[in-house]
Design a protein around this ligand. Structure first.
Ligand SMILES: NC(=O)c1ccc[n+]([C@@H]2O[C@H](COP(=O)([O-])OP(=O)(O)OC[C@H]3O[C@@H](n4cnc5c(N)ncnc54)[C@H](O)[C@@H]3O)[C@@H](O)[C@H]2O)c1
Length: 252
């Protein structure tokens, strides 16, 4: 079950953390993986790790917000791997050095960046693959979102949440358009992940853990396993959904 042999998967922001876990699990399940990251060193390291473990992967260092770069890198990777992309996992969503400020302090330039990455960046990656998927009569799109898309939180993340809720709506409509072609599209709304430990004080971590019923953060390989399922033949009946992956935290 959940065999991805013969599939070609593009995973964005796959140079570390959640995206790295997704890329590695898809490869373990048999997919050839296009490992995208803005940072070429990270993409190459993850792709080399997959190849070193006997899998198939190529590094694709490009900025997902740049449509022309997305198109040319994906076409080059498809040539290298011998076929068109049939799985897209849009994971890139956190820009390095992103601005974290209350809305009242944001400038119009600052408030566009998270939308560019989370909405237009994700759309670029879908756009370059969607015709091929529809023509093949099979495709899988997995959009990594966040519980913050559906909650109001005083954490200086208004624009990140706007980007995530925007792309969630896009995915629901896209799923309605492409279901007839065998192409599914779903959102996976993550809760707090293990890599937050590096970004927060021990006190803050303890406070957050009290809000998570399973008492721990999410693990990149668990997220990868869920994406592998959604990318599989067996998940063909699930589309247009937003699936929470958050250890039981309440986000609705
Ligand atoms: N970590 C969490 O607790 C958490 C919670 C909810 C949702 N999420 C979502 O999970 C996803 C992964 O988050 P993470 O914490 O693993 O992120 P991360 O910051 O650890 O890694 C993100 C990777 O994306 C790359 N990247 C950034 N901008 C890019 C661009 N324009 N083009 C290509 N690559 C780019 C970075 O170089 C980096 O390697 C994101 O969509 C995020 O919104 C994470």
């Amino acid at each position: 079950m959940f065999d991805l042999s013969g599939r070609i998967a593009l995973v964005t922001g796959a140079g570390q953390s959640v995206g790295e876990g997704i890329a590695k699990v898809l490869a373990q399940q048999g997919a050839a993986v296009i490992v995208n990251d803005l940072r070429g060193d990270r993409a190459r390291k993850v792709a080399a790790g997959i190849v070193g473990s006997g899998g198939r992967a190529v590094a694709a260092p490009f900025d997902v917000t740049d449509y022309d770069a997305t198109l040319s890198h994906v076409r080059a990777a498809e040539t290298a791997l011998g076929g068109p992309v049939d799985v897209v996992v849009n994971n890139a969503g956190v820009a390095e050095g992103r601005v974290i400020k209350p809305f009242r302090e944001l400038s119009p330039t600052e408030w566009r960046a998270p939308i560019d990455l989370n909405v237009f960046g994700a759309m670029n990656c879908i756009k370059v693959a969607i015709d091929g998927m529809c023509e093949a009569g099979w495709g899988r799109i997995v959009q990594i979102s966040s519980g913050s898309a559906r909650t109001g939180q005083n954490i200086n993340q208004t624009m990140y949440a706007t980007g995530k809720s925007g792309i969630e709506g896009f995915i629901r409509h896209l799923a309605a358009e492409t279901g007839q072609f065998g192409v599914t599209a779903n959102n996976v709304a993550l809760g707090h992940q293990e890599n937050l430990r590096d970004k927060m004080s021990p006190e803050m971590i303890q406070q957050i853990l009290t809000t998570i019923p399973i008492g721990r953060f999410g693990d990149p390989f668990e997220v990868g396993a869920f994406c592998a399922y959604l990318a599989s033949d067996e998940a063909g009946g699930i589309t247009g959904q937003t699936l929470d992956f958050n250890g039981g935290s309440q986000t609705r």
